[in-house]
Design a protein around this ligand. Structure first.
Ligand code: BYC
Length: 321
């Protein structure tokens, strides 16, 4: 006989049925504690990544080479803030407040994507971020539009649409540079040399070293393993690089007729681990800037809270209108 309370037994049966049918779990549904925990972890890490990810690009807003490019970059950075907000909202529906999630980031208890601990050294890096980083994000996130947790899956739909614009913006920057002067082409090549490895590492550790994948796939949160998505991405970007007139400096990168995929070289997993452990080139700078922005934004949060309180006093329906 099960030792679970009746509600939990029925809840588990309902949950198992929903997962088996490939339907969606909603916030008010019963869910196993482990499911709630891993989703809170993944969705909040994702939200933090969007917010920290604004930094390398925001650094280039004032230096973008034309007014038009500044406007486009500003819109992109603003989109990332929006993605963070949708994702924090989705994470909150799992029962942890946004204040707590943000606090976990600020005190260094929460992870965010390794990629944002690398600097954007040149304007071409902004192109490489758009093409490769947003490109990897799309490859990773399109399957998440079918994740079993409804609020997360729905937030992914809009995020992926916006990421597609971002990727094209990056591609277009690199196309212009790679068809420009020899120095501009060189700048584009150097940018993709810098971002190739770190972009492939965005998909997470190799499957054999990925403690969360198996359970997340059983729960229909992840639909493909880290290595499957990484392979899919490599297969996509090699011909795109050729179309740009650029190449990846990976001596092992070659088409494998038998597998029907590109082989690629071993990534530097020691570097990945050290970046995740806080020792990447920009970890300290990124967290300092985030803490500073949080402190400087205190008055906005206070004003919003005071306004909400005032509306509540005058007319409780006003704030939700
Ligand atoms: N960086 O068991 P695994 C964007 C951690 S935002 C840091 O495979 P999982 C954009 C992992 O968290 C892009 N940490 O984990 C924004 C786990 O640690 P914990 C962000 C990483 O969750 C602005 C441990 O390593 N995208 O595109 O099954 C501007 C073991 O890994 C990384 C998302 O967040 C990493 N790269 O799979 C432009 C997508 N990889 O938590 C662009 C949603 C792994 O056990 N997330 N770790 O301590 C996912 O799809 C999955 O969480 C991952 C990892 C594939 C990333």
């Amino acid at each position: 006989m099960s030792s679970l309370p009746v509600d939990d037994v029925q809840g588990q049966q309902y949950f198992d049925k929903i997962i088996a049918e490939d339907s969606r779990i909603e916030p008010s549904d019963w869910m196993p504690a482990g499911y709630r925990k891993t989703l809170t972890r993944q969705v909040s890490q994702h939200a933090h990544s969007e917010i920290i990810g604004m930094q390398p690009e925001a650094n280039w807003i004032t230096r973008a080479p034309s007014l038009k490019r500044k406007a486009i970059l500003m819109a992109k950075v603003q989109d990332e803030a929006g993605h963070g907000l949708y994702l924090y909202s989705a994470a909150e529906t799992l029962g942890t407040s946004r204040d707590e999630l943000v606090d976990q980031l600020l005190v260094g208890r929460a992870k965010y994507s390794s990629i944002f601990n690398y600097p954007a050294r040149t304007w071409a890096d902004i192109g490489a971020i758009g093409w490769l980083v947003d490109g990897a994000a799309i490859a990773n996130q399109v399957p998440l539009c079918r994740a079993s947790y409804g609020p997360y899956a729905r937030s992914m739909v809009r995020i992926c649409k916006e990421e597609s614009f971002h990727q094209r913006q990056g591609w277009e920057i690199l196309y212009e540079l790679s068809h420009g002067t020899p120095a501009q082409k060189q700048m584009a090549q150097e940018a993709i040399n810098r971002f190739y490895g770190p972009a492939l590492q965005m998909f997470g550790p190799p499957d054999a070293d990925s403690p969360n994948s198996q359970q997340s796939m059983a729960w229909n949160i992840k639909r493909f393993t880290n290595d499957e998505l990484r392979q899919r991405f490599v297969d996509m970007i090699v011909p795109q690089a050729e179309a740009l007139g650029l190449h990846f400096e990976d001596p092992d990168l070659k088409w494998n007729e038998g597998r029907g995929h590109y082989d690629y070289g071993e990534l530097d997993w020691d570097e990945f681990k050290s970046v995740i452990a806080g020792e990447g080139p920009c970890n300290v700078q990124r967290m300092q800037r985030r803490r500073q922005a949080f402190e400087e934004g205190a008055w906005v949060r206070e004003a919003a809270a005071a306004y909400a309180e005032k509306c509540e006093r005058i007319d409780p329906n006003l704030i939700s209108a």
